[in-house]
Design a protein around this ligand. Structure first.
Ligand SMILES: [Zn+2]
Length: 237
C-alpha cells in the first residue's frame, strides 16, 4: 500500500496488508519500505512468517526485495522483528537501538515469542544505535529517537521524504481508532519511563506518522501523541 510517493506499507495484519490466519490481529506489525535514492530501506519486518507476503507486496509496487539495503527495528517484539534473521541471511544489514539489539541477540522473553506460541529466532544486529544518532543509508538521513517504555529498546526513526518530516514510531503510540499507548504486558515495560518518553515525543513536530499497528497519520500527528500522553498521565497516576 502506497502512503507517499516512494514510501509503502508492505506488511501489517491489523489493516489487512498481510494476513496471518486471523482477521485484524496483532500477529504481524506494520512494516514499511522506503525507496531511497540508493536502495530500499525497511522499517520493521513483521514476524518472519509473512516475509513472502511482504516481498509479494513489494514486487507489486515495482520494488525488488534483492535491493533492500537495511532494516531498522523499532523494538524486539516478534510481530515487528521476527523476520530479522531471515533478512540478515539475505544480506540485509540490521539497525537497532542497543537495548533492542541486546534483546534480539538473546531472543529471550523481551521478544515476546511466547505470547504467540512462537520461538523468536535470535540474530546479531549489524549496527547498534544510540539516541540522537544520525545514520546515512540508502540515500536517507535517519535520526534515532530512543523512546523506552513499551519496551526498553523502543525507538522512533525520523527522516525527510518528499518534502515531509516522517516518523516511524513502532508501538510507542497506537493509532487504530484514537491515540493510545502501546501494550503494557512486556517483561521490560516501565510506566514512569514511558511517560517521560511520551513527554519528549509530544515535543517532536512531524508531518506524517507511520504507526506500529493500524493507521498512519497525515495530519498533525503530534496531536495524537499529546492525546496519548494525556491518557497516560490520567490513567497511570
Ligand atoms: Zn510491541
Amino acid at each position: 500500500m502506497q502512503l507517499l510517493r516512494g514510501l509503502y506499507q508492505i506488511g501489517g495484519d491489523l489493516n489487512g496488508v498481510t494476513w496471518c490466519g486471523v482477521d485484524a490481529g496483532f500477529e504481524d506489525a506494520n512494516s514499511y519500505a522506503i525507496a531511497g535514492p540508493e536502495g530500499i530501506v525497511l522499517i520493521d519486518c513483521g514476524n518472519g512468517e509473512t516475509l513472502p507476503q511482504l516481498f509479494e507486496n513489494m514486487r507489486y509496487w515495482g520494488l525488488d526485495p534483492d535491493t533492500i539495503r537495511a532494516c531498522f527495528l523499532t523494538h524486539p517484539h516478534w510481530d515487528h522483528a521476527g523476520g530479522a534473521h531471515l533478512l540478515q541471511a539475505r544480506g540485509v544489514r540490521l539497525y537497532a537501538q542497543r537495548n533492542t539489539a541486546e534483546a534480539v541477540a538473546a531472543g529471550d522473553e523481551r521478544c515476546c515469542g511466547f505470547c504467540y506460541h512462537k520461538t523468536f529466532m535470535s540474530c546479531v544486529v549489524d549496527v547498534p544505535l544510540e539516541d540522537g544518532e544520525r545514520v546515512a543509508v540508502g540515500g536517507l538521513d535517519i535520526e534515532v529517537l530512543h523512546l523506552p517504555g513499551h519496551t526498553q529498546g523502543c525507538t522512533a526513526y525520523l527522516f525527510n521524504h518528499e518534502g515531509r518530516r516522517v516518523v516511524a514510531c513502532g508501538d510507542v503510540i497506537g493509532t487504530l481508532l484514537c491515540g493510545d499507548f502501546g501494550w503494557s504486558g512486556s517483561i521490560d515495560f516501565d510506566k514512569k519511563v514511558y511517560i517521560e518518553s511520551l513527554r519528549r515525543f509530544a515535543r517532536v513536530d512531524t508531518d506524517v506518522m507511520l504507526s506500529g499497528h493500524g493507521l498512519s497519520l497525515f495530519h498533525r500527528p503530534r496531536r495524537r501523541v499529546e492525546q496519548v500522553l494525556n491518557s497516560a498521565l490520567m490513567q497511570w497516576r
